[in-house]
Design a protein around this ligand. Structure first.
Ligand code: AMP
Length: 513
């Protein structure tokens, strides 16, 4: 089944329901949304000769055009390759080349130097597109038929480590992960408004499907990105707003909301995930916004759909087990099974950390044109996530780290996440990131990059004194490096690789912290 059938169906059932909003202004109802999409799908086919299965890339900031182009690609039977718009043109060109895309839409159609893209690939402007003439005839009246296992979205992993790989998500994968949302994350109704404050090329974009299926409103902020005051204004005006936000975005929302005396009016749900949310930050978010938060855990390879932690459990701070529950990523979502494997590949006992593996309908088809990478992570039908965590006896999953992030010092495994949690509880600490550094004596030693709320207010000794009252001293950082901010990618994830580079070459481009 082609996932664009959800749009076709919504337009038939609810032609006059408001669909697309540029800021708070409605620009299309569902009938107009589907009609534009069909016209663009025909254009792709007739003007550009795009055949079913061919790839079309999008390298654009968020806009209504973006959503229309995505659906046009699927309606025509082709495959969308949404690329992070903040990548360097050279990185984007690599992805577009790797995907073998025939077309790439960029905002103004002028990102790439001549010769930067393969000969067979054309760059076109995709933002503020002029309307296409009304379509006559009956070609592509309905989305082009697709099987559930046919490719819909080539999702290039965000690449906080190594070169990004094209995760193959089929129509069936997208349908499965979308159906988990109302079951495990948040029920959706037609009165809802999903605001795309994070890039459509990533998790936020994947949340469009279920909102199309339910005939809800899709709101593309005028800033074309994340701007907390704008978001609060939209929520107040439109009401019933839900959004996906990385933990760093939630943190910025909290600061801004506190500064302007906003308490979440008009926001229905903030779904956070994609990176750890520290308990100190979660508590502040709850103080500020109340019971509006839901957590998900996923990865490109099993998008947004490994586990979820419910609104009720996040908000129930009176529960005795809240610290443990809030530190977890919740329970397996409806269409997946989650296990923890020990070093021998056997299921680990409750509470014992090991690699998180998952299987189920949203799990990717493999990596594009990369069978060896596929074989390394898809084993016996299980996706090996590369994340380390444990399941408790009740089925709550807690992430301790990514396997490659574990620091092995003097033969002991140290999970950066727990060191970070302990330091984050210090009221003077704003952000922290812990990495390992090669150490002649111990193999590796623990290094903490720390951003203080007020620069100069704490020294390493003060942090050490704090730390040893909370954690085993073998886990304590050997070094504290204070910096003004931590490097992050455009999805708000801290770039550990850059911090490791800084350690190797403090005078290099990463800069001396
Ligand atoms: P990506 O494929 O770029 O979306 O990155 C996925 C990775 O982000 C996962 O494998 C985890 O390491 C991390 N991640 C995703 N969700 C969470 C979460 N709720 N808490 C902590 N880490 C997360």
């Amino acid at each position: 089944m082609n996932i664009a059938l959800w749009l076709f169906d919504a337009a038939q059932r609810w032609p006059r329901r408001p669909a697309l909003f540029a800021g708070s202004r409605q620009v299309a109802d569902y009938q107009a949304f589907a009609a534009r999409v069909r016209a663009r799908a025909l254009h792709l086919r007739q003007e550009h000769g795009i055949a079913p299965g061919e790839r079309v890339a999008l390298l654009m900031k968020n806009s209504c055009d973006y959503l229309e182009l995505l659906y046009a690609i699927w309606w025509s039977g082709a495959v969308a390759v949404p690329v992070n718009s903040r990548l360097h043109p050279l990185e984007a060109a690599w992805i577009i080349g790797n995907a073998g895309a025939r077309l790439v839409y960029t905002d103004a159609g002028r990102v790439f130097e001549p010769g930067a893209l393969a000969e067979a690939c054309r760059e076109l402007p995709g933002y503020d597109l002029p309307p296409l003439p009304a379509v006559r005839g009956d070609e592509l009246l309905e989305p082009w038929p697709r099987e559930a296992d046919e490719l819909a979205w080539l999702f290039y992993t965000s690449g906080t480590t190594g070169r990004s790989k094209g995760v193959m998500l089929s129509h069936g994968n997208l349908i499965a992960m979308s159906l988990c949302y109302p079951l495990d994350v948040d029920p959706v109704s037609s009165g809802d408004a999903v605001v795309y404050a994070a890039p459509l090329s990533h998790g936020a974009g994947l949340y469009n499907f279920i909102h199309v299926r339910c005939g809800a409103r899709h709101v593309l902020p005028q800033s074309r990105g994340f701007d907390a005051p704008e978001l609060f204004g939209l929520a107040r005006e439109l009401g019933a707003v839900s959004l996906f936000a990385a933990p760093t975005m939630v943190k910025r929302m909290v600061e801004q909301a506190r500064a302007q005396g906003y308490a979440g009016e008009g926001i229905k749900t903030i779904v956070y995930g994609g990176a750890p949310m520290y308990q100190a930050d979660l508590s502040q978010a709850l103080d500020t916004f109340g019971p509006r938060l839901v957590q998900i855990y996923g990865q490109g390879e099993c998008p947004m759909s490994i586990s979820a932690l419910s609104r009720e459990q996040i908000a129930d701070r009176a529960a005795g087990d809240w610290p443990a529950i809030a530190a977890s990523v919740g329970r397996a979502q409806s269409c997946v099974e989650v296990r923890i494997l020990d070093a021998e590949g056997q299921p680990a006992a409750p509470g014992v950390p090991g690699e998180i593996v998952v299987r189920g309908a949203p799990v990717m088809q493999g990596y594009w044109d990369n069978p060896s990478a596929t074989q390394a992570v898809l084993l016996d039908g299980w996706l090996h996530t590369g994340d380390i965590g444990f399941l408790d006896a009740r089925g709550y999953l807690t992430l301790t780290d990514r396997s490659k992030d574990v620091i092995i010092s003097g033969g002991s495994n140290i999970y950066p996440r727990e060191v970070e949690e302990a330091l984050m509880q210090h009221p003077g600490v704003f952000e922290v990131c812990v990495v390992g550094e090669a150490d002649a004596q111990w193999g590796e030693s623990v290094v903490a990059f720390v951003v203080l709320r007020s620069p100069g207010s704490l020294d390493p000794q003060a942090l050490n004194d704090w730390f040893v009252t909370r954690m085993a001293s073998f886990k304590k950082p050997k070094k504290y490096l204070f910096c003004a901010e931590l490097p992050k990618n455009s999805y708000g994830k801290i770039l550990k690789s850059q911090l490791r580079q800084r350690l190797q070459d403090p005078t290099g481009p990463g800069g001396n912290p």
